[in-house]
Design a protein around this ligand. Sequence first.
Ligand code: KG4
Ligand code: ZN
Length: 330
Amino acid sequence: MLVLGIETSCDETGVALYDTDHGLLAHALHTQIAMHGEYGGVVPELASRDHIRRVIPLARKVLAESGKPLEEVDGIAYTMGPGLAGALLVGASFGASLGFALGKPAIGVHHLEGHLLSPLLSKPSPDFPFVALLVSGGHTQLIRVDGVGRYRLLGDTLDDAAGEAFDKTAKLLGLGYPGGAALSRLAGRGNPSRFHLPRPMLNSPDFDFSFSGLKTAALTLVRNQAEDEETRADIARAFQDAIVDVLVKKSVKALRQCGLERLVVAGGVSANSELRKRLDAEGIEVYYPDLQYCTDNGAMIALAGAMRYQMGAVPEKGFGVRARWDLIAS
Ligand code: KG4
Ligand code: ZN
């Protein structure tokens, strides 16, 4: 089965074609980071307008690269939520109307399910069950995954998401938006023993997280220290070490408590090299998406859609989006 995946939930337009027999055939992405960078964050109206401009050319590119005519597409999957309502509506209306025109089904998929399954695009891919650490700009969750749609929430952030904490601290350090990757690069030059920042909830008995206090502690350091390049690198290092420490310890603890062997790490922050290094040193089986599929992309949506179709997903009449949508009902 050939599934065309469409992602437009935030500031990346992603389109991909996934073949259930041969895997990913092609994918294309346009990031709006440069456009929003000027404003220090995502401007929703600009995001929607840019998705409108990009989505059809990207779909054409993906079809051309895969050598598949549009008529051979068996089903469409678009991100239905969560995300920016206007941005989501672009992908949903394009996906649903394309399906209608072709006489093919179109289903809405959950953006976080896309992230969660994204390591399955790589080889070797993890078998179920596994524990997933989902670390994106909007979410920080530990989830027990027994199959597609079989999720149990183990822990969640009580305030900022990990990516959000990276972005806010990066902004304090003058690194622009979104600053997670830039902060990580700066931290690479930092001295690990100069500053020590708190590890919030490191030893709490649950699997929840809290990162807003860490961000405030970083802010205090930035205010009280001279703003030379070396100091900024040392602060970035202290911040990254603290956040990575908490993510690693809680993930390993969750894995042990569930009695499982495999950990999957997904979402934008799974691109972080220090996080990967520290998890790889834990002597556990860890799976990550390829770097290009850590942040938002169409490939993960095409894959999640294909897996949903294989489970018998049927499209609803019309289309809708869900700007707020929990992956796991609490
Ligand atoms: O998954 P994603 O594209 O968006 C959401 O679904 O929220 O994640 C984006 C987040 C941003 O907060 C970005 O700063 C962060 O992932 N990020 C990183 C790195 N690369 C991206 N954070 C830390 N280290 C990185 N290398
Ligand atoms: Zn995302």
